[in-house]
Design a protein around this ligand. Structure first.
Ligand SMILES: [Zn+2]
Length: 449
């Protein structure tokens, strides 16, 4: 005898298994049928609903839809009769459940009944900004409680007899493919912001190209950037950034491309069009470029030494307090103060390479500490022989100063994808390669007109 299929959502525990954005249709169909049966007689002033309830079979179960109705921050999709409304309270600083229950007109005894069999559930920890909602019957008895932890997660506590049964209602945002093209006028940051990229996305973009482009010194007016990325969408609105899938950066006529790829080991990274990792041993600009002024003249500083002493590094003028990053993985060999250097950090990278960071405002590392590329080691300042806040950065190869801006050309080659990985990689980037190329063409055509 064939097994009778269990109706989906028959038990609250299975609720979160189906991505909630797929549910509205089922739910709307069910509610539509219910509305017909009820002849709309229950319509009240509080008509709203949220398409996150699972389809339920009969009247006893239909309360779930009502319980979920008008969840805060969620858009009502269809009208439903809601005889029981939610009373919502925002968790404040220093709040606790007892205070919130009292504010809502319930007692510690009610709280005890909700919490009793739910020791491991969300109510153990509530955070400021979250919402606790109460639903009661005509006599004021608590029927259900909802703990809205985020737009994606609500825990529902429903009364059954003398107990409250908890279930999690999760939502999954939709992933939507997007592309964006921008032309640099003064900086990547301004171009990205103007194009509508979030700060986080711009930082990510800079991180991807940080081994081949110095975002303080390299960008020129007219450089172009094209990005294919995903956006996470909830209820038709942007909810969060998804990953950057591919990007190209044309800097003074030279085009760099980067493609996101997850290899057969499950590691995700960015590679160029022939499968060489974008992650280099050193990032070119060892500071948060978003805070660096765009048209800075590197030779303007150091009036004290400018004639007497050759300049052996790169100066990045930046506001005091700008984070300074370790250019690569390594170990801090010195972190201290001298009159010429001010507060300074030296980092040793393997046998051959050393990086120096001078005139720091604050040091964030100690001698001997291990650092990873991108760790904040200090902040920009003007300590020592410096006339204004800037980072003086030096790069040494076997003890000899090299130009930090061009040194990457003599550094060991970045990791390439393994031979057996390449065919799969090249197949996976075929489409984004074309997409980026056509974005570049479209832009060139637009410029030519
Ligand atoms: Zn300098």
């Amino acid at each position: 005898m064939p097994r009778t299929p269990i109706p989906r959502g028959a038990t609250p525990l299975t609720l979160s298994e189906t991505p909630l954005h797929r549910r509205p249709l089922i739910w709307m169909a069910t509610m539509g049928a219910l509305l017909l049966i009820m002849g709309l007689s229950l319509s009240g002033p509080e008509q709203s609903g949220v398409p996150i309830a699972e389809a339920e079979s009969d009247t006893a179960e239909s309360t779930r839809a009502e319980i979920l109705a008008e969840a805060p921050a969620l858009e009502p999709a269809v009208e439903v009769p809601s005889k029981l409304s939610w009373q919502d309270f925002t968790v404040g600083d220093g709040d606790n459940l007892s205070l919130i229950f009292n504010r809502a007109g319930f007692t510690d005894r009610d709280l005890y009944r909700v919490a009793r069999y739910n020791d491991e559930r969300s109510l153990r920890r509530i955070y400021p900004g979250e919402t606790i909602g109460f639903q009661s019957d005509a006599e004021g008895n608590l029927l259900a409680l909802r703990h809205v932890q985020s737009a994606l997660l609500t825990t529902l506590y429903e009364r059954e007899g003398d107990a409250f049964i908890a279930s999690d209602i999760t939502r999954v945002p939709e992933r939507v493919a997007r592309d964006i093209s921008m032309t640099i006028d003064s900086s990547l940051f301004l171009a990205g912001s103007a194009a509508g990229l979030s700060d986080g996305m711009i930082m990510e973009l800079a991180g991807i190209f940080g081994g081949v482009i110095d975002f303080v010194m390299d960008p020129r007016k007219g450089d172009t950037i094209h990005v294919l990325y995903e956006e996470l969408v909830l209820d038709g609105e942007r909810f969060d950034d998804g990953p950057i899938l591919a990007a190209s950066f044309t800097n003074r006529g030279e085009t760099f491309e980067a493609y996101r790829y997850t290899d057969s080991e499950g590691d995700t990274s960015y590679y160029n069009e022939i499968g060489v990792s974008m992650r280099k041993a050193f990032r070119l600009a060892p500071l948060d470029f978003t805070r660096v002024s765009s048209n800075f003249n590197p030779n303007r500083l150091h009036p004290i030494y400018k004639t007497q002493r050759p300049h052996r590094g790169t100066d990045y003028a930046a506001p005091r307090g700008t984070p300074v990053y370790a250019a690569g993985d390594g170990r801090v060999t010195e972190a201290g103060y001298t009159r010429p250097n001010g507060n300074y950090v030296f980092i040793q990278h393997g046998e051959q390479f050393e990086t120096h960071y001078l005139h720091l405002h604050r040091l964030k590392v100690k001698q001997g500490s291990r650092v990873k590329q991108g760790d904040v080691i200090g902040t920009v300042g003007s300590t020592g022989a410096a006339t204004g806040p800037h980072l003086h950065y030096e790069f040494l190869v076997n003890g000899v100063h090299r130009n930090p801006r061009t040194v990457h050309k003599i550094l060991p080659k970045a990791r390439s994808l393994a031979e057996e990985e390449l065919p799969r990689y090249l197949a996976s980037i075929r489409q984004p390669v074309q997409q980026l190329a056509s974005l570049r063409n479209a832009q060139q055509l637009a410029l030519g007109e």
